[in-house]
Structures are given as C-alpha cells and as structure tokens.
Design a protein around this ligand. Structure first.
Ligand SMILES: [Zn+2]
Length: 309
C-alpha cells in the first residue's frame, strides 16, 4: 500500500470544522489509500478503485466495513483491502454494510463473507440476485433504521425510501459527526448523478432536505473518489433537482417535445457545477422520462391521449 500524500492546503481547500483539523480530509485521489477521517472512522479509495470511496470502523470487538473497492470488479477485488485490514488489526470484519446495489460500490465485499454478516435495505436483495452482483446477499435487511453497536461505536443505518436506486441507505456515525451518502453527494462543485435512470426524483428532493437538516453531522463522505463535503452540498443539489423538475414539467405542460425542451432547459444559472455540460442532456432526458410517467396530458379535445383506457 502506497502512502498517500496530503494536499498541502487541504484544510483550506476543503473547509471542515475544527474538530477534524487533526484528521485527513483532503488527499491525492490519484493513488489508492486509507485515511482516518474522525476518531473512529477511516475512509478508503483512490487510484484504480474506480473512483469509489468507502468507510470502515475498527473497534476492539471487530470491524464494520461500509462498501467495497470493486474496480476492476472480480471476486478477488477486495483482497488487497482484506490484507490491509489484517495487517492493521487483530479482529475480523464483523459486518459488511452495502450502501446500494450498484456494482462499483459493493463489488469485492465477498472477501469478508467468512467472518461478516452482510446488511442492506429490504429492497437490495432482488437487485443483487438479478444482476449477479459480486457481493454477499444480506442476511440482515431492514426498513427504516438499524443500529449497529460494536466495541463502543454506534453506526446508524437509515433507509429513507427510494432515491438514487430504490435501495440506497445512508450511514451515520453520530458520535463522530460522520455521514456517508454515496451518489447523492460529490464535492468539487460536481453534480452527482449523470442521469436519473433508477431514481425516484420526488423522494430524492425530500430526502436531500432531510439530509441537509440531520443533526450530529460535521462531515459528509461522498461515495466517489473525493475529499469530504458538508451538508450545504445537499441544499444546493436539492435546489438544482427541484428547479430542473419544475422547468422540464412546465415545458411539457406547454406541449413542447423533448427535443425542444433540450434546447430550452440549459440550467445555465447552475453553471458553477463543473460537470453541468456533461450531464445536462441525460439529466433533461431522464427527467422528461420520469415526468412522462407522472402526468396525463389533455388531448386537444379534452380526452385522454391514450389509445385505450
Ligand atoms: Zn450508485
């Protein structure tokens, strides 16, 4: 494992609360590495790991792993991570938390199957089986919230309904003020979702509000290869998503085609997002698709457009 250099000005580039000044919150994302981000929580990611971040929480009674380093994704993808944990600690991984079913975030977690209980939302299992994900099938699943109490650390898992996928959960370590929210946060002024393919947009807008107001959160850990964020990210992304929804809907109600809407909805007032130009077309197309399934327009004669009712 190569040691990763801290960015010299990390504390200035990525402002964090004073409590985190002693830990690593900015790092060289080009190389794989493990970094302590709070008293009890470590982050791994970087280099060839597909731009993925995950967490682990070592305790005297065992280790809790949240997500797996799965790029390239093979059954052995997580072996380096297991080797690294075995070098550092003399306790096994007791729990593997799967944030959601997307392959790149959970691949490689099978290497802990001999010692760990896998945990995910109740909605996770059919996706893992149908898509043949390289991840353990959870033996513990939940709806709502689930606490893991291990070795003096409480890790709280929340399922807040369908958002980015129908099975995303967020991981909160309240005593450390750490919140892990893969794929609904991404710092550096980046929009987190290339498209809304499997997203429930309306509930995501609600959940972004909940996450922005959650207590005991000092730093937000995104799911991709990036330094920490904070809750202001959720407020800004909620504003973008709600605004995009309203604009696309307004044009649809006015009877415009998708091609016309793509020309109208540029979201240029959000051009501080560095990747806006890369994602705006798929964002509009998949928002249109979402809203197409949301509403029934009138035909010119006032009758439904559908051929049959
Ligand atoms: Zn995802």
């Amino acid at each position: 494992m190569k040691k990763v250099k801290l960015l010299a000005l990390a504390g200035l580039i990525f402002p964090v609360t004073q409590a985190y000044a002693q830990y690593e919150t900015g790092w060289d994302m080009s190389e794989p590495g493990i970094h302590r981000i709070s008293e009890h929580v470590y982050r791994w990611g970087g280099g060839a790991m597909g731009g993925i971040n995950g967490l682990f929480v070592p305790t005297p009674e065992g280790i809790i792993v949240i997500d797996g380093p799965g790029n390239p994704c093979t059954p052995e993808s997580g072996q380096w991570f297991r080797d690294e944990l075995e070098q550092r600690y003399d306790v096994p991984v007791r729990y593997v938390v799967l944030s959601h079913d997307h392959q790149s975030h959970i691949c490689g977690t099978t290497v802990f199957a001999d010692t760990a209980v896998a945990i995910g939302s109740k909605k996770l299992r059919p996706h893992l089986i149908r898509e043949g994900r390289i991840a353990p099938i959870p033996t513990v699943s939940f709806d709502g919230s689930l606490d893991i109490d291990l070795g003096g650390v409480k890790v709280v898992l929340h399922y807040l309904g369908p958002t980015h996928s129908d099975n995303l959960i967020v991981t909160h370590i309240p005593q450390d003020g750490v919140l892990f929210v893969p794929d609904l946060s991404r710092p550096h002024g980046q929009l987190p979702n290339p498209d809304f393919r499997d997203m429930d947009v309306d509930n995501t807008i609600e959940v972004l509000g909940i996450l922005s107001r959650m207590d005991d959160v000092d730093i937000v850990m995104p799911g991709h290869n990036s330094p920490v964020a904070d809750q202001s990210y959720f407020r800004r992304y909620r504003d973008y998503l709600a605004t995009l929804r309203e604009r696309v809907l307004e044009h649809m109600v006015a009877g415009r085609t998708l091609e016309e809407i793509l020309g109208h909805v540029t979201m240029s007032d959000f051009d501080d997002y560095a990747n806006l130009q890369q994602v705006i077309e798929p964002n509009v197309i998949t928002m249109y698709d979402y809203l197409y399934r949301y509403r029934e327009p009138n035909s010119p004669g006032g009758l439904p457009i559908r051929a049959t009712e």
